[in-house]
Design a protein around this ligand. Structure first.
Ligand code: 13P
Length: 253
């Protein structure tokens, strides 16, 4: 069984002092946890500051985005190397909010995935369908296409450093999570598709995590599914108690 990954995406929330408070509290609440990989993705402005606080804790830091170039005239952008130097080990790529509001295409997502891996970061690649795509029965076609394009051209040997996050867009920030069975169905199909793309050996260490209204009261059911290897948590990751409860999910199987 893969070590579960529970990641908190803080999005555009928390000034530095709030991030510090959140991490200090979380550190206490999850002291000693080592069966789960715990990741938080604060805004860029807080990352370096928090790197000192997580140094002797199970918490690892994650960027919310990156640019595919190493440096240059790209005002407002941040490279993989910069994130690593600030203390990040992970980076979120292709979140639906970036695809929707910042027009990130599948090709851009692919360039970012390649840049992250080259720069020493483990990408958490987000995919997911809209409500109308789900209603039209297009969920699996959509996520397969996003996975295929995001991972295009990658050598099988780097796939172990990738996490795929299934985040149905209709479930993000809406309080309407996919049921554990709905998540499992998509994760299972995605895992089979990745096997076809790369072969079981390269894919055996790749985690597929679920995101979209994950809360303390639905995490246990989600984590009981054989193909759900963790969670990407938005709103509930901003409250240390809630996030800690999610990290300490109960195994139902
Ligand atoms: P919520 O948990 O607030 O629905 O957000 C999910 C998400 O977008 C995580 O990346």
């Amino acid at each position: 069984m893969l070590k579960p990954l529970i990641a908190g995406n803080w999005k555009m929330n928390t000034a530095i002092h709030q991030g510090v408070e959140l991490v200090m509290r979380l550190r206490e609440l999850i002291k000693g946890v080592d069966a789960v990989e715990v990741v938080v993705a604060p805004p860029f402005t807080s990352i370096h500051h928090l790197s000192h606080l997580v140094a002797d804790s199970p918490i690892k830091l994650c960027g919310q985005n990156l640019h595919w170039e190493k440096n240059g005239a790209y005002t407002g952008e941040t490279s993989a190397e910069m994130l690593v130097s600030a203390g990040c080990r992970y980076v979120i790529v292709g979140h639906s909010e970036r695809r929707q509001y910042f027009k990130e295409s599948d090709e851009v997502v692919n360039k970012k995935v390649v840049a992250a891996l080259k720069g020493g970061l483990r990408p958490i690649i987000c995919v997911g369908e809209t409500l109308s795509e789900r209603e039209q029965g297009k969920t699996l076609t959509k996520v397969r296409s996003q996975v295929k394009k995001a991972l295009a051209g990658l050598a099988g040997s780097v796939v172990k450093d990738i996490t795929v996050a299934y985040e149905p867009i209709w479930a993000i920030g809406t309080g309407k999570n996919a049921t554990a069975q709905e998540a499992e169905e998509v994760h299972n199909a995605m895992r089979n598709y990745l096997f076809e793309m790369f072969g079981p050996d390269d894919v055996k260490d790749l985690r597929i995590i679920y995101g979209g209204s994950v809360k303390a009261d639905n995490i246990d059911d989600l984590m009981a599914q054989p193909n759900v290897d963790g969670a990407l948590v938005g709103g509930a990751s901003l409250k240390a108690e809630d996030f800690a409860r999610i990290v300490k999910f109960q195994r139902l199987t």
